[in-house]
Design a protein around this ligand. Sequence first.
Ligand code: SF4
Length: 412
Amino acid sequence: MDGVMGRLPQPSRRDVLRCGLGACLAGGMVCRLPCAQGQDVAGTGALPGVALPGVVRHPARHWEKHADGEVKCLLCPRACVVGDVERGYCGVRENQGGKYQTLVYGALCSYNVDPIEKKPLFHYLPGTQALSIATAGCNIECKFCQNWQISQFRPEQVASTPVTPEQLAANCAARGWPTLAYTYSEPVVFYEYMYDAAAAARRRGVGSVMISNGYIEEEPIRELCKVLTGVKIDLKAFTERFYVEQCAGELKPVLRALEVLKDVGIWFELVILIIPTLNDSPEEIKAMARWVVERLGPDVPMHFTRFHPTYRVTNLPRTPVPTLERSRDIALGEGVRYVYAGNVPMHPGENTYCHQCRELLIRRVGFRVESSLIRDGKCPKCGTTIPGVWSQEQALSFAPRQRAAGTAQGTS
Ligand code: SF4
């Protein structure tokens, strides 16, 4: 699972003066963005200085105006109706005089260069790196959130740095990073920034992957898929009760979004964090896997990952490895072709095996790819095509399929 590796600490005034980006000095970490200490390392233009906690305003997309000055947000299923000078549930979108605005456009609060395996995406350019970014905010509230320090706070409570979409894209292109990843918090709530960054990235030959909870309406995600090249969705559980009690969200809209992803044809993978006693029953895993095969197809990888006590769920133990193994076996038994065990380094369930002949294709240790035998997207032993995205050319060639009649209406 992702962690806030590059979360920007609160910079001191001295830090701001010493470094245009600030994070590397303030946090003592290795900053991989171009240093703004009077240099333009990547030749991409100097970054502006650190923004002390505050907000920026940028026109939001996907909302409608109501007659009484209220606006209705159409971005996620929460469908907030927001009065003047008020914000939606996520705390990062605000009604200003009848115009809806995002407060996190370009307000980078976390970044790191991660292996793509850390997202985790196992069938998307394995062994490559992704510049991973976030802003503050989320549209649900998981009690077990690993990144609650940024997801559960408002923009003015989190130190951020102004970085434009073009700068993100230019940095990736200059450093040879093939992918921009929108992650750590919830990219749905920084939709406009993500969209523009992904569009800029594409123009420079860089792909974009969204690491999301999937709590998004159909029109926005269809639009977004015009610029993305891959998606990972956290399917938190397979019961409404879990979503309501543990996440303040809903399952049904997430399933609907998954069907939309299937319909547009973008590459996506599923991660299920298995939490002891809350979502680990064999019956639930079986029902989930069966739904995945029936509605999304057998080629969508499922990652069952290990829970570690965190945030507001500190009373439960780490997930026993046999529980992950049992979940994996159930999903394989239901016909899912690629099922992984996550957060268990050295476990054979981290590897990729050909679904046809069971040849070991990709050997992993944690987030590191030790070896990969896949050539031109095929198993070298039996020639079977392995589902996934295996070249940058393939990633960038993705274009969403036209909408199928009645799509995404049938989830029950
Ligand atoms: S994106 Fe934010 S403001 Fe819009 S509906 Fe969702 S929670 Fe409400």
